[in-house]
Ligand binder design. Structure first.
Ligand code: ARG
Ligand code: ZN
Length: 448
């Protein structure tokens, strides 16, 4: 007994808890903590309001001695926490939920956290919006809705999590909503059953690990549009889109191209990393977001180019996760470049796109690695990132470029990836000249 207490104290003194060490978000995540799976059950009693009940079971694995468990959390009031089924104490401090129990290296624990109350409200790095759980109040013409919009760190607004892309995980999501309301989440739908209290519960499972911010959930009065199943080689992908019933056909029309886009991008990137895909259209004025297998598409983003962009992120960002938030160009540059690949596959002129990217950088650019949160989604991340890939492709040729993209997507899947990892692959697969070219695009203050 005494020895256990003593070693616990020693563990805490010798190895203090440290965040993941992200360059731009130093407080996010816990170093050495690996959440392998989130089993989350969310109840939305009144869609359109922030009211949420959550019951989250995290499967935790310690990769080093942890003196305690520190999850990112700024959500509703905690009701109860259990550790392998036993009630345990907890405290909240500065956007963390702390469980003051040591988790020695190599050990696993199932941590279950229940909470209830209003959810949402993590500040965005640049835009005048809040991240995480979104609530769209009912209007005379439109019933209330909720959805997630979490990049970079909004998932902590509704569930406790290791909220950093360097710790991707699988998810099982069960949503309980009033009868007549549609609830959808990333992954494959397992079951939808009625409950006695006038609600129904639907479960989705996502078996490919994704970053926490890429977890997409949407609740509302939605039309479900099932498209013909897609076959790409020996791959089988189901396609389903969701539109609020009030959304006109003109907004819905471009989504009919989804299957063709997935097929065209698979040619360049390799096998699609999931087994289902679709978009959910949302009404607030936000950017689009590549929520895994279920992109979140605002009305004004319901255009072919944006649809292509978010589909490309399923490979670059979702399957291949970022290792650090300063490397967002690895997501945004690749997804932007996909817009050109699609344009070309359509037999259309790509010159206007290339000119557009250069124009966007005329006011100024920077080296590709971001040094402030404000730079994460700026023109350089998107347009210079895309131009860097175009320069690489022009130098090495289409066949080598396609092979490079396939290898990158395959070998980095599930691996937190940084600019240095991409450069390393460039050097080993394409040689020093290609690496030097890319390095100039990455590091020079001005456009090479
Ligand atoms: N990854 C999104 C896209 O380009 C952009 C998200 C912007 N996020 C933000 N919090 N401002 O598809
Ligand atoms: Zn993007």
């Amino acid at each position: 007994m005494l020895r256990t207490a003593l070693s616990t104290v020693l563990l805490a003194v010798l190895t203090p808890s440290t965040p993941m060490g992200d360059t731009l978000y130093p407080h996010l995540g816990q170093l050495g903590l690996n959440v392998t799976h989130y089993d989350l059950r969310l109840t939305v009693p009144t869609p359109g309001t922030p009211d949420l009940r959550s019951d989250t079971t995290l499967t935790l694995h310690a990769e080093r001695d942890l003196p305690d468990v520190q999850l990112d959390y700024s959500g509703p009031a905690i009701l109860n926490v259990t550790w392998n089924g036993q009630p345990v104490p907890h405290r909240r401090a500065a956007d963390k939920l702390i469980i003051p129990l040591p988790l020695p290296a190599g050990q696993d624990v199932r941590l279950r956290v229940t909470a209830a109350g209003p959810a949402g409200g993590v500040p965005d790095p640049t835009l005048n919006i809040t991240l995480g759980w979104q609530s769209v109040p009912a209007t005379p013409t439109q019933p209330g809705a909720n959805f997630t919009f979490s990049e970079p760190d909004g998932t902590r607004s509704f569930i406790p999590c290791n909220d950093h892309p360097a710790d991707p995980a699988t998810f099982t999501t069960t949503l309980t909503v009033p009868r007549g309301v549609t609830a959808v989440a990333g992954g494959t739908r397992l079951a939808d059953h009625p409950n006695l209290d006038g609600t129904h519960s639907v479960t989705y499972t996502l078996t490919t690990p994704i970053p926490t911010y890429a977890l997409g959930i949407s609740v509302g009065t939605l039309d479900t549009v099932r498209r013909p199943d897609l076959r790409i080689g020996d791959q089988h992908v189901t396609l389903t889109d969701y539109f609020p019933t009030s959304i006109p056909d003109t907004v819905r029309a471009p989504y009919a191209r989804t299957g063709d886009i997935l097929t065209a991008l698979s040619d360049w990137f390799g096998p699609y990393p999931f087994s289902t895909y679709g978009s959910v259209v949302v009404t607030p004025d936000l950017p689009a977001l590549e929520t895994a297998t279920l992109s979140t598409m605002p009305v004004r983003s319901s255009r072919e180019r944006v649809i292509v962009h978010e589909i490309a992120h399923q490979w670059f960002g979702n399957a291949v996760p970022l290792g650090d938030w300063s490397d967002t160009w690895l997501n945004e540059g690749f997804a932007t470049y996909a817009e050109l690949l699609w344009t070309q596959a359509q037999g259309q002129d790509t010159a206007p796109l290339l000119r557009g990217w250069r124009d966007r950088l005329r006011p100024g650019t920077r080296p590709l690695t971001a040094t402030t949160p404000a730079q994460m989604f700026d023109a350089t991340a998107y347009a210079r990132g895309a131009l860097a890939l175009h320069a690489l492709r022009t130098q090495i040729g289409d066949d080598a470029f396609r092979a490079f993209l396939h290898t990158y997507a395959r070998t980095r899947a599930g691996q937190p990836t940084r600019t240095a990892d991409m450069l390393h692959l460039t050097r080993t697969q394409l040689g020093p000249e290609a690496a030097t070219l890319l390095e100039n695009w990455i590091t020079q203050p001005e456009l090479p």
